[in-house]
Ligand binder design. Structure first.
Ligand SMILES: [Mg+2]
Length: 398
């Protein structure tokens, strides 16, 4: 079998890659919803892939892996890896989890990082109301994640939150960071208390916190929140879109309190997890298959983390429905250090009409039952997806 073409189209706001073979099997994968700018980056790998056997996934990856980087620059390489596995599964007539070593679990737990409700404000009552809606959501989530502090509008909306000037973007602009004021600190703790009063011990609460916290604030926060038994504090020091890790700073925070510390969604490749894992610098890692280099890469990192007593809760909030399929396949195979992966939805909503293979409902009691269709098991329906292609992508399915 040979790769004869690599194509990329924008569906909604997601670049979708299609690897075409001479054997009638196509592989598909999807980049995070808001990264349309990566289309040319994906297409730049076309020449390297032509003529290769897509079922020798690792041999193909050796040709392109060094041409990625930390989020968002690892996404192009990562989705090509995922599309190759899709072909390998289809060619073997097997779900991809079989090719990764087989299932460890029949159902995979998800946590809510994608089903969101509008906020009326950023006071404790608003946070309480938001998690009330999340907990009542039909998916029956057993873990929900809430953005707070530097990973939320709180840093702007709460006057005097920190000793610094917040930028305009809530999430993906310049890195807002600095020492938090006593007032800002107390506000975060009050919001956590309000959310825990709603969730009790029924639904676990994780917090996406930054990046941006200074080490002494991060230590103080991890200690102050100990009574609330949180699932984890995510990305306090570095993380989302930060092109470095600072494992030594994480280690200081992690050693100082019992609240679990989590990071890693921005990290590309196993080599860049080395200090976090070998140094026991966090309790939980959160690589994203769509940024870390793919699903086999993620599985390798999960195994290595398990060897060191470190847990894993993979990221995936904006990976879309094809990304959801990749997360289900790989998470079915992870060792017992797996907690849950971050649920991702179809956006815009018509994405649910252009794919086949998803169960209905997708999530029940906070879990997804692992499906058995060949490949990733969720496929685009060209006749339906075609209507959503722009003019420059008209030939995507031909
Ligand atoms: Mg995050």
């Amino acid at each position: 079998m040979k790769i004869v073409d690599l194509k990329c189209a924008i569906l909604g706001k997601s670049p979708v890659v299609r690897i075409v073979t001479n054997a009638g099997f196509d592989g598909y994968a999807q980049v995070e919803t808001w990264k349309t700018f990566l289309k040319p980056h994906i297409l730049a790998f076309r020449d390297a892939l032509l003529g290769e056997d897509p079922t020798d996934v690792e041999r193909v990856m050796l040709k392109i892996r060094q041409r990625g980087g930390f989020k968002p620059w690892g996404a192009a390489v990562s989705v090509i890896e995922i599309a190759l596995w899709d072909i390998a599964g289809k060619a073997a007539g097997l779900p991809v989890y079989k090719l990764l070593g087989g299932k460890v679990r029949d159902k995979v737990r998800v946590y809510n990082g994608a089903v969101r409700f509008p906020f009326a404000g950023y006071e404790p009552d608003d946070y309480a109301e938001d998690v009330r809606q999340m907990a009542a959501s039909p998916e029956g989530f057993t873990i929900v994640k809430q953005p707070i502090g530097f990973h939320s509008p709180m840093k702007r909306e709460i006057p005097g939150f920190y000793y610094g000037e917040p930028g305009k973007s809530a999430f993906h602009g310049a890195l807002d960071r600095g020492l938090v004021t006593e007032r800002g600190f107390k506000h975060v703790v009050a919001c956590v208390e309000a959310m825990k009063n709603v969730l009790g011990d029924k639904v676990g609460l994780a917090l996406d916190c930054g990046p941006g916290w200074a080490v002494p604030d991060a230590i103080r926060l991890a200690r102050a929140l100990e009574p609330y038994n949180l699932m984890w504090l995510e990305d306090l020091i570095t993380g989302d879109y930060v092109p470095y890790v600072n494992a030594d700073l994480y280690r200081e925070v992690t050693r100082a309190a019992s609240t679990p510390i989590h990071t890693g969604e921005q990290i590309y490749l196993r080599q860049n997890f080395k200090q976090l894992i070998e140094g026991h610098a966090v309790h939980i890692i959160g690589p994203d298959p769509g940024d870390v280099g793919g699903i086999a890469e993620l599985k390798w990192i999960a195994e290595y983390a398990d060897l060191h007593g470190i847990l894993i809760a993979p990221h995936g909030t904006a990976n879309g429905l094809l990304g959801l399929a990749a997360l289900v396949q790989v998470c079915a195979t992870l060792p017992h250090n797996f907690i849950a992966f971050e649920y991702t939805i179809g956006e815009p909503h018509w994405w649910y009409e252009i794919v086949e293979g998803l169960p209905d409902p997708i999530v029940k009691d906070g879990m997804i039952t692992v499906w058995d269709r060949p490949g990733m098991g969720v496929d685009l329906i060209p006749e339906k997806a075609r209507h959503h292609l722009g003019d420059e992508d008209r030939e995507f399915f031909s």
